[in-house]
Design a protein around this ligand. Structure first.
Ligand code: PMP
Ligand code: GLN
Length: 380
């Protein structure tokens, strides 16, 4: 077989998680919580199964879940989202991202992505015969240079993909970023795909600036979310896409043939759980405390930390510890020699550029974070 994707290998998340497992290291690489999913939410799944909710859900998602999602947008952001025509429940954010990309890109189109970029965007673009055009953001702030974005636009540009809060940069958009994005999208008649899976994980009193809250962007954006992040259940693989009725209709044309619908009992349980705002309102504080528990331990070990404004990741500059190693080599060395796994940030740049940075995930129990700090303490 002549591979259609000769350049695609195993993702960095699979690779570093496998190394952590093989070496018995504490896994702060791939982003997933190591603590339990809420017991009531779990019980909701078995209750739904016992009550007979075991057959196909309606293609766009269970009405009760879509209603709860719409209520969340109203209560969290004061936003009106129509449950019937604007929300589609998907197999994680990953399927929502893929579906939106496949629904709008034609062969030969260009799609702008901002690097460091989450790893699923470019392959989804390439699979459509379209071309990812990359604009690089730089540490420490990873602020978007919107003039550079505008300069990367050509007559073939159709879509711009943004990720806010940003994995792995941990930066968040301001209202001014939304205005700048909207001005560019309107001027060039572009669609926007906004990956907002970390919407509730914004720290130090910041407010999440969703594309859905900006009138200009609301009309031309797909916004993507994940219950994996919000309810600590990455293995459930349930997310959703919000877009205007017109964009949603195009999205659903493909969604119905990619998966048709996703797990009925889990949707039923999520609908109940989401309906109680306290189940997601405290998330920022919950994760901010974990960020602030890990940070001093990393600093004491000799890392220089970049500010983490959102997501459940912390970027750390290791060059005071091992200036001689590139990011991947450092991450592997730290895993093998000190028993803590991380992710090299170079994995999020197509050219593999190296800033001397690794990403630690702090979505972990306190004892896990403390054990990692103790292991890294041997570096000091
Ligand atoms: N986008 C970003 C930025 C992510 O970090 C992740 C997963 N961690 C996803 C999308 C995928 O989400 P899901 O697991 O719901 O498919
Ligand atoms: N999004 C997770 C991370 O950034 C990983 C998801 C995956 O393994 N594909 O670590």
């Amino acid at each position: 077989l002549q591979s259609k994707f000769p350049d695609l290998g195993l993702t960095i998340f699979s690779r570093m998680s496998a190394l952590a497992q093989e070496t018995g290291a504490i896994n702060l690489s791939q982003g997933f919580p190591d603590f339990a999913v809420d017991a009531d939410l779990q019980a909701g799944v078995t209750q739904a199964m016992a009550a007979g909710h075991n057959q196909y859900a309606p293609m766009p998602g269970l009405p009760a879940l879509r209603a709860a999602i719409a209520a969340k947008f109203a209560s969290a952001y004061g936003l009106a989202v129509d449950a019937n025509s604007e929300i589609t429940v998907t197999a994680g954010a990953t399927q929502a991202l893929y579906t939106a990309i496949a629904a709008v890109l034609r062969a030969g189109d260009e799609a702008l992505i901002l690097e460091p970029a989450y790893d699923s965007y470019a392959p989804a673009i390439v699979a459509q015969g379209a071309l990812p055009v990359r604009v690089a953001l730089a540490p420490p702030s990873f602020a978007v240079d919107w003039d550079a974005v505008a300069a990367a636009i050509t007559p073939r540009t159709r879509l711009i993909i943004v990720n806010n809060p940003n994995n792995p940069a941990t930066s968040v958009f301001s209202r001014a970023d939304l205005d700048a994005l909207a001005a560019i999208a309107e001027r060039h008649d572009l669609l926007v795909l906004s990956d907002e899976v970390y919407e509730h994980l914004v720290f130090d009193g910041r407010q999440h600036a969703s594309v859905l809250s900006h009138a200009g962007l609301r009309a031309r954006s797909f916004a993507v979310y994940s219950f994996g992040k919000t309810f600590h259940a990455t293995g459930w693989k349930i997310g959703y896409c919000v877009a205007t009725p017109e964009l949603t209709a195009e999205f659903r044309k493909l969604h119905q043939y990619l998966v048709f619908s996703v797990s009925t009992p889990m949707q039923a349980a999520l609908a109940q759980h989401l309906a109680e705002p306290t189940h997601w309102q405290g998330l920022a504080g919950f994760y901010q405390a974990k960020r602030d528990r890990l940070a001093p331990g990393l600093e004491a070990a000799g890392f220089r930390l970049l500010p983490s404004a959102g997501t459940y990741f912390q970027l750390a500059d290791y060059r005071a510890i091992r200036p001689d190693l590139g990011e991947l080599a450092f991450a592997e060395w730290l895993t093998r020699e000190y028993g803590v796994a991380s992710i090299p940030v170079s994995a999020f740049y197509a050219d593999g550029r190296d800033h001397g940075l690794v990403r630690f995930c702090f979505a972990k129990r306190e004892d896990t974070l403390d054990a990692a700090i103790a292991k890294l303490g041997r570096l000091a």
